[in-house]
Design a protein around this ligand. Structure first.
Ligand code: UDP
Length: 231
């Protein structure tokens, strides 16, 4: 299979990239042909990466636009991305800790958010503004999914990216930004289009959680103020 791993890294977030790529080379879908797509405002060179890196130039905007606009960037790269069988996204401040293999290959792949694994539905933080396209009632929801790792067949992933991008644009026309940005829209999308594979939080595991379990993908704790530039 041909797989694309897509990541966004502008400004200081670029510092996370070497660890992500080094560990993805070791653990991410090793049986397959994997290419990396980096969306960045910087000219970044990684020498001797075992896999091909495609750099897509984007303009940096202050928080929350680099996370909120992710689906716009993927939609704009559709012509290239549709040549892959599967597309996966992870936040750049993550790294692979152990083998992530064929178990993740499915049409629409969601990951349960580690903060809501054992939560009651009433605790889910879906968008609660009925005016937003991301609006979802707590009692209706199935799970609370993480924005940090998801993917699927390229056809389904690009369909999702297009729909979420359209919904975010509709919200912007009403001056609405959903509570958890792209993650609120992802949760609404997966409510309407049920995931065909639901991964447990080991695929989005915070580095400050203590556990006897062996994580697959780790989310790095960071000082948000330090990384999220205002300009
Ligand atoms: N991001 C970026 N530049 C920014 C802000 C965010 O490249 O200025 C990207 C980066 O890939 C990051 C993702 O957006 O991992 C999500 O942002 P962040 O990790 O800050 O959100 P969190 O997951 O901590 O809520």
């Amino acid at each position: 299979m041909k797989i694309a791993l897509v990541n966004i890294a502008t400004n200081k977030y670029i510092s996370f990239l070497p660890k992500l790529y080094t560990t993805a080379n070791m653990f991410f879908l090793n049986e397959h042909e994997v290419d990396y797509f980096l969306f960045s405002n910087l000219d970044f060179l990684i020498n001797n990466c075992a896999r091909k890196i495609h750099i897509k130039k984007i303009e940096h905007k202050p928080w929350p636009y680099m996370t909120l606009n992710r689906y716009k960037f993927f939609t704009e790269a559709e012509d290239q991305l549709k040549q892959y069988d599967y597309i996966y996204y992870c936040d750049v401040d993550m790294y692979f800790y152990s083998k992530v293999g064929n178990e993740i290959l499915s049409d629409r792949v969601a990951t349960i958010h580690p903060g809501f694994f054992n939560s009651k539905k009433t605790e889910y933080t879906y968008e609660d503004n009925p005016e937003s396209t991301a609006f979802l009632k707590n009692e209706d929801g199935d799970n609370y999914y993480a924005g940090g790792f998801n993917g699927g067949s390229s056809r389904e992933f690009l369909k999702m990216a297009k729909t979420i991008n359209e919904n975010i644009t509709k919200d912007e026309e009403k001056s609405i930004i959903a509570k958890w940005h792209d993650e609120s829209h992802l949760n609404k999308y997966f409510f309407v289009n049920k995931p065909t594979k639901i991964l447990n939080p080991l695929y989005c595991f915070p580095d400050n959680f203590s556990s006897d379990l062996s994580p697959k993908i780790i989310a790095i704790t960071k000082n948000h103020e330090l990384f999220r530039s205002e300009v």
